[in-house]
Ligand binder design. Structure first.
Ligand code: HEC
Length: 191
């Protein structure tokens, strides 16, 4: 084979290799795509498709166990965006860009063919927390907390005392109550 041909072949295989690496990098990137959409004031547009995200758990604090007056007597159905879940599975960390949505569902029936208990009734509102280094550089852990109302298409950032303070103090990992989410604990590398 001529020297020229050899060089040409070498260049082609180098090009092919570069192409393959490019494809592999893209696959990881799309696996971890970002889900939060933000207003110019860094407030989160009301998430719409979260019921198709990764469902990580559902806690319920019923009135019966709280002197008849629980602060939130509903179920809390919690979802994490798929890109951040994939990142968590790889690294065991909540990446900048994580969106976690908590949706309330009322306690409906308290008896079913399976036994007495708490069964979900109807959906109530949602709340969310978002970690983002660039948007919330001064917030502890770069987390912002959002409340939503039906008459707005985006959430309103909540005061630290209203949300973050309790999460900072009591949540097991980076302000997220992983102690109540076996789905996350099981997916964490090395656990
Ligand atoms: C007094 C403590 C406390 C306060 C205040 C509080 N939370 Fe939480 N939050 C919890 C606990 C405990 C859980 C997990 C168990 C549950 O859902 O009941 C939770 C769960 C969540 C979750 C699901 C992810 C996670 O970290 O477990 C979101 C999202 C959330 N809260 C948002 C908010 C927002 C928004 C506010 C303010 C409007 C708020 N929280 C105020 C204690 C608190």
């Amino acid at each position: 084979m001529s020297k020229f041909k050899k060089t040409l072949l070498g260049s082609i295989s180098a090009l092919l290799l570069t192409g393959m690496v490019g494809v592999a990098t893209q696959a990881v990137a799309s696996d971890e795509r970002f889900y939060g959409r933000f207003t110019q004031d860094n407030e989160l547009y009301t998430p719409r498709d979260y019921r198709g995200w990764i469902f990580i758990g559902s806690s319920v604090t019923p009135n019966e166990l709280n002197d008849g007056a629980a602060a939130f007597p509903e179920f809390h159905n919690v979802y994490i965006d798929p890109g951040s879940y994939n990142h968590w599975k790889r690294t065991g960390e909540f990446r900048s860009g994580t969106v976690i949505v908590k949706e309330l569902a009322s306690v409906g029936a308290t008896a079913a063919p399976s036994g007495n208990g708490y069964f979900q009734g109807d959906f109530g509102g949602i709340a969310a927390m978002v970690k983002n280094e660039k948007r919330y550089p001064d917030n502890p852990g770069n987390w912002a907390y959002f409340g939503f109302s039906a008459d707005s298409n985006h959430g309103a950032i909540q005061d630290e005392a209203a949300c973050s303070a309790c999460h900072q103090q009591n949540a097991a990992e980076d302000q997220v109550f992983t102690q109540f989410y076996p789905v996350l604990r099981a997916a964490k590398p090395g656990e």
